[in-house]
Every structure is written in structure tokens, then in C-alpha cells.
Unconditional design. Structure first.
Length: 158
């Protein structure tokens, strides 16, 4: 990027849909389990109350999941890649292209269902936690190839 202009990119909107789908599944499982246990151990009223509380907690969590997803962003600059995320503790990682050792693209079952991938950037520093979740497959491949090329070019210039 030229000058101080930084263009921040965000994960795919499908990442939010995937996380909400996961939250709905976990909420349903917990509500079912709490309802069954409460109903079998105590009474049907306790079981229903436990299931309602579990569902209410799942609904309360939804806006927090959305805000957490919106906190992710990445910016490709001339010499490095910026990755930001976090709400309570905001984190900004600066990964110089010349320090990248390898770039890993992975997709778990839920990500594959939503056609998403997570890009992991590995450097010599053990504490590096540079990852970008929720990238569409084509964007993940483009970014992986671009970062690998820039990493090789910068490492060769050391």
C-alpha cells in the first residue's frame, strides 16, 4: 500500500453464519441435556426451566459472537502483514514477510461445509499467533501464494 493508506480486509460473512450455526447446535444440545437431566432427576418443570435457561443463554451469546467475528481484520502492507482481532483484549500482530517460515491453510468440517479456510502464519517466534479465520477458499489460496512469494523475496534479500 502507498503511504499511510491501509486497506483492512475482513473474513467472509459466512464465518458469522458458521459460528452462529455452531452456537445454535451447542445451545440445542445443552438445552436438551439440561432438560432431560432436570426432568429425570427432579421434575418436568425443572427440566423445562433448565432447557429455557440454556436457550436464553444461547440467545444472549449471539451478539457477542457477531462482535467477535467483526473484530477480525487483516491488512497487506509493503513489508508486512497486519492481523487484528479481539474485543476485551485487542490484539494487533505485525508479521514481516521476511520472517515467515511457512503458511498453512486448513479447513475443519464446519469450515468445509461453509466453504471457508483458516490461514496460519508461522514464524521463528514460538509465541506468534498470526491466523486469519473465515477466508473463502479462493482468497485463502491467493493470500497464501502472495505471502509465500513475498516471504521468499524478502528472505532472499536478508
Amino acid at each position: 500500500m502507498d503511504g499511510d493508506e491501509q486497506r483492512w480486509l475482513s473474513p467472509s460473512p459466512d464465518l458469522l453464519r458458521m459460528r452462529l450455526f455452531e452456537l445454535a447446535g451447542v445451545t440445542a444440545a445443552v438445552a436438551l441435556g439440561a432438560g432431560l437431566i432436570g426432568g429425570l432427576v427432579w421434575s418436568a418443570v425443572v427440566g423445562i426451566a433448565a432447557a429455557v435457561v440454556a436457550i436464553a443463554l444461547g440467545l444472549v451469546a449471539m451478539p457477542f459472537v457477531a462482535r467477535r467475528i467483526r473484530s477480525w481484520g487483516y491488512c497487506e502492507r509493503e513489508d508486512d502483514l497486519l492481523v487484528r482481532h479481539g474485543l476485551l483484549v485487542a490484539r494487533l500482530s505485525v508479521v514481516p514477510y521476511g520472517r515467515m517460515q511457512f503458511i498453512d491453510v486448513e479447513a475443519g468440517p464446519a469450515e468445509r461445509l461453509f466453504k471457508l479456510s483458516t490461514l496460519h502464519l508461522h514464524t521463528a517466534a514460538a509465541a506468534t499467533d498470526a491466523r486469519i479465520p473465515g477466508l473463502e477458499a479462493a482468497e485463502a489460496a491467493r493470500l497464501r501464494d502472495r505471502l509465500a512469494a513475498l516471504g521468499e523475496a524478502r528472505a532472499a534479500g536478508l
